[in-house]
Design a protein around this ligand. Structure first.
Ligand code: SIN
Length: 201
C-alpha cells in the first residue's frame, strides 16, 4: 500500500547525502586510502592527510553543473560548483590525498549537497594506479542544475553567495589551483575568464 507523504521520487538522490554515504560505507574498512579531489578539495583540504600528489581519472570531466545550496548559494538562489561528468576518452587532473577513514565524517558533511562516495581508479605521475574514493554529484541528485552556456554559468556565479562565501571565490580559487597544476580544462578556464570580465577582476 502506498502511504501519502511517504512517496519518494524513484532514483532521486536527496538534498542531504550524509546518511546515504554513511550507510554505503565505501572504504570504511580500509586503514588508509586515496581520496581524489577535483574541485574545492584541490585548493582547500580542511582535513588531515598523510601525503598528497596530483593524479588523474580517466573517462570523466569537471563541469559547473552542480547546484550549491549550502556552501556557495542557498536553496532559493543556488550557486554553481563542479562535479564530474562521464566523458569517454577524456581525463580529469586533480589532487589525490592519502587519508584514513577518520576524515569521512568531515567529508560526508562537507559534500552532503548531492555528492555520493564512488570508488574510481586514479593514476599518478609515475604511472602507478590506485583505486580510491571520489565524491561525485550525479544528474539524479536534487541539487543538480545541469548544462548551461558559459555566459549563464558565469552570471549565476557572479550573483551567488552562501555560508562558505561568494561563489566567485570558489571559481577563481579553483582556476588558480588548476593553473598551478597545469591542468588542461577549457570549461573551467572559460567560466573563470567570463566571470573575471563580468566582475572586473
Ligand atoms: C571535490 O573537490 O572533489 C568535490 C567537489 C567540491 O567539493 O568542490
Amino acid at each position: 500500500m502506498l502511504v501519502a507523504g511517504c512517496l519518494k521520487a524513484p532514483l532521486a538522490v536527496s538534498f542531504d547525502t550524509t546518511e546515504v554515504n554513511r550507510e554505503t560505507a565505501i572504504f570504511d574498512d580500509h586503514d588508509e586510502l586515496w581520496l581524489f579531489g577535483y574541485g574545492s578539495l584541490i585548493y582547500k583540504a580542511g582535513f588531515e592527510y598523510i601525503e598528497r600528489a596530483p593524479a588523474t581519472i580517466d573517462g570523466w570531466v569537471r563541469r559547473y553543473w552542480q547546484g550549491s545550496h549550502d556552501h556557495r548559494g542557498t536553496p532559493d538562489a543556488p550557486g554553481r560548483v563542479v562535479t564530474l561528468v562521464e566523458a569517454p576518452g577524456e581525463t580529469c587532473l586533480g589532487m589525490a590525498y592519502r587519508v584514513t577513514p577518520s576524515v569521512f565524517g568531515y567529508l560526508d558533511h562537507r559534500e552532503k549537497n548531492g555528492y555520493l562516495r564512488f570508488a574510481k581508479t586514479m593514476t599518478f605521475a609515475d604511472g602507478s594506479e590506485e583505486k580510491g574514493l571520489v565524491y561525485i554529484a550525479t544528474p539524479d541528485n536534487a541539487a543538480w542544475l545541469g548544462e548551461a552556456d558559459i555566459e549563464a554559468i558565469a552570471a549565476q556565479v557572479a550573483a551567488s553567495k552562501g555560508p562558505s562565501g561568494p561563489n566567485r571565490d570558489y571559481v577563481l580559487d579553483l582556476a588558480d589551483a588548476l593553473d598551478e597544476l597545469e591542468a588542461d580544462d577549457p570549461h573551467c578556464l572559460a567560466v573563470a575568464e567570463r566571470l573575471r570580465a563580468l566582475i572586473g577582476r
